[in-house]
Write a protein that binds this ligand. Sequence first.
Ligand code: ACO
Length: 258
Amino acid sequence: MWQTGVTREAERVLGGNPEATGLRFEVDGEIATITLDRPEKRNAQTFALWSELTRIGNNLPEQVRVVVVRGEGPSFSAGIDLSMFGSLQPGSDLDSSIAEFQRGFLWLRRPDIVSIAAVQGHAIGAGFQLALSCDLRIVADDVKFCMKEPALGLVPDLTGTKPLVDLVGLAKAVDICLTARVVEAEEALRLGLAERVVPRDELATAVKEKTAQLLSVDRAAATATKRLLQGATGRSLEEQCAAERAEQVLRIRALNGG
Ligand code: ACO
C-alpha cells in the first residue's frame, strides 16, 4: 500500500522482489511496514532477505518515522533458513559476510525512526534477533522466543546479544541463550522483552495504537531524545547531563527559528 509522497522511482526501488527475497515492503505516509512473507516456510530467513533488509534501510523514504516489522502466518520467523546451513565456507571471508548480514538488522535502531516488531508464534534464532533489533516489541499471547543458535553449535551473531543483555540483564540472557529454552508471553512481558502482550487477533490494532502514540510527538524532539537515551548507558551521569544540555540547546534554537 503506497502513499502519496513516495515517488514512482522510490516505489520501483523499494518495491523489491518479494518472491525472491521473502520480504514485502510498504509505505503509508510516515509508517513503513516490512513483512516477512514466506509463511509456508514459517518466514525462514535467507541471505537474500538480509540483503533486502539492508537495501530497504538504505532507501527508506525520508518521511518514514515508524517502521513495523511483522511476519505473515502462524510464526513471526523460524530463524535462518536451514537449507543455507553449510553454504558459508570456512575458507571464505566469513567476518565480512557476517558484517554484511548484520547491516540488515543494524539500521532498525536509527534515532530518526522507531521500529516496532509485531511478533506472533515462533521467533527463533534469527527471528528472535530480528525482533531484538527493533526498539519495541508488541507480542501476541502465543509468542515463543527461542535463541536456538547455541544448541546448533553457533552463537547469535545477527546483532541480538547486546539488546538482549540490555533488556533482561546478563544472568537471564545467559539462561535464555545457553539453554536455548522457549520464553513465552508472560515471561517476555515480565523480563521487559515485550512492551505489551495482546490476544493474537488484536496484534495489528495494538501496533496501530502504539504507532499513533509515537507519531503524536514532534519528530526532531523524538529523534534527539532517542539519541540521548541510546547513549545513556555508555555515559557517566555528568556526561549524560552534558549530552542533555547539548541536545536541548539545539532544540531551543530550532524552536526559536535560529
Ligand atoms: N528453515 C527452513 N525451512 C523451515 C524452517 C527453517 N528455519 N522452519 C520451518 N521450515 C519449514 C518446514 O521445513 C516446513 O516445510 P515443508 O512444509 O516443506 O515440510 C514448513 O516450514 C512448516 O514447518 P513445520 O515444522 O511443519 O511448522 P510448525 O508450525 O509445526 O513448526 C517451527 C514451526 C517450530 C518454527 C518449526 O518449523 C521449527 O522448529 N523450525 C526450525 C527452527 C530452527 O531451528 N531455526 C534455526 C534457528 S538458528 C538461527 O536462526 C541462526
